[in-house]
Design a binder for this molecule. Structure first.
Ligand SMILES: [Zn+2]
Ligand SMILES: [Zn+2]
Ligand SMILES: [Zn+2]
Length: 304
């Protein structure tokens, strides 16, 4: 049976802890703990990590023109975003492609994570938060509604159970659950307003941060939520495809939302392989376009 690490024999954050004493001395990962990029950041950006629907684009087994397109704008990983604040990086949802997304975007550190809901395409990359507990030297704070917390605890029972002797600490994500309601919450000093949305019959949340709102996986906006969408500069809104769907807005339904909210700019996200990037954009009205993986949107205070 493996022994647990001691103070003299700490697990290396990037190496197998069994051989860590030698590896730690040669390890350069400690230099990543406070990315230089963060110390230079003075304004907010909203980063779309993934704008694809639950199957992703390309979709396994599909050989349509969009799935076979070489254009990077037609390659969509599963849904996720980051509020890049001067104080740190607040992730929204942990997609199954989280590791690939963070490496692609050169994001070295996540400080906290918000959840919209607990569907598989929004939670199953949670284990990729494991490194951040080590980098931060404390658990990563998760913010979610009660039902989402229950489902995360069930899906990732190994992260919340009793310590097991045959599992070394580096193999378990360090997480701290924070209950999200519908009242505003401050994370890293950033005010975040949850917005109740309906995803079919499932109540989920979107978020407003200053003059930007992110509302994915939505099929209906309850009456009480519309005031929270007034005065937006940017709306990132789920719009699955042209045809109606029971749990997502179609493009024409999403355009009705845009007409009522009147943001300066709207980006459609959580899009399927039926929406080719360039032909769809050519048909959308001014001020509305499809998001793409890696899109960075300046918003909030401090914008130049
Ligand atoms: Zn989804
Ligand atoms: Zn396809
Ligand atoms: Zn969903």
């Amino acid at each position: 049976m493996s022994a647990h690490p001691t103070a003299e024999f700490l697990p290396c954050i990037c190496c197998d802890w069994i051989s860590n004493r030698i590896a730690r001395e040669n390890c350069s990962v400690s230099e990543l703990i406070l990315p230089a990029e963060l110390t230079r950041r003075t304004s907010f950006e909203f980063l779309i990590l993934g704008c694809g629907t639950s199957h992703g684009v390309p979709m396994i087994g599909c050989h349509c023109a969009v799935c076979e397109s070489p254009d990077p704008r037609n390659k969509r990983t599963r849904s996720g975003a980051i509020i890049m604040a001067p104080q740190g990086n607040i992730l929204i949802d942990t997609s199954p492609e989280l590791r690939i997304q963070l490496i692609r975007e050169k994001i070295d550190l996540i400080h906290a994570c918000l959840y919209t809901h607990s569907h598989a395409d929004h939670i199953f990359g949670l284990d990729d938060l494991r490194l951040f507990g080590h980098y931060l030297g404390k658990p990563v704070s998760l913010y979610c509604e009660e039902i989402v917390e229950h489902q995360i605890r069930r899906a990732f029972s190994y992260a919340f159970g009793e310590a097991q002797a045959n599992i070394h600490p580096g193999s378990i994500p360090m997480l701290e659950m924070n209950r999200l309601g519908l009242e505003p919450v401050e994370i890293l000093g950033v005010p975040i307003q949850p917005i109740r949305l309906l995803h079919g019959k499932l109540p989920i949340v979107g978020f407003r941060i200053y003059d930007l709102a992110f509302c994915t996986d939505v099929s209906e906006i309850p009456e009480e939520s519309w005031p929270l969408l007034q005065g937006l500069d940017t709306l990132v809104l789920g719009a699955l495809r042209e045809k109606p769907h029971p749990t997502h807005l179609s493009v024409s339904q999403a355009l009705e939302v845009v007409d009522r909210v009147h943001p300066r700019q709207t980006y459609f996200t959580h899009t399927s392989h039926s929406l080719e990037y360039h032909t769809s954009n050519a048909m959308l009205p001014a001020g509305v376009e499809l998001a793409y993986d890696g899109l960075r949107i300046a918003f909030g205070p401090g914008r130049s």
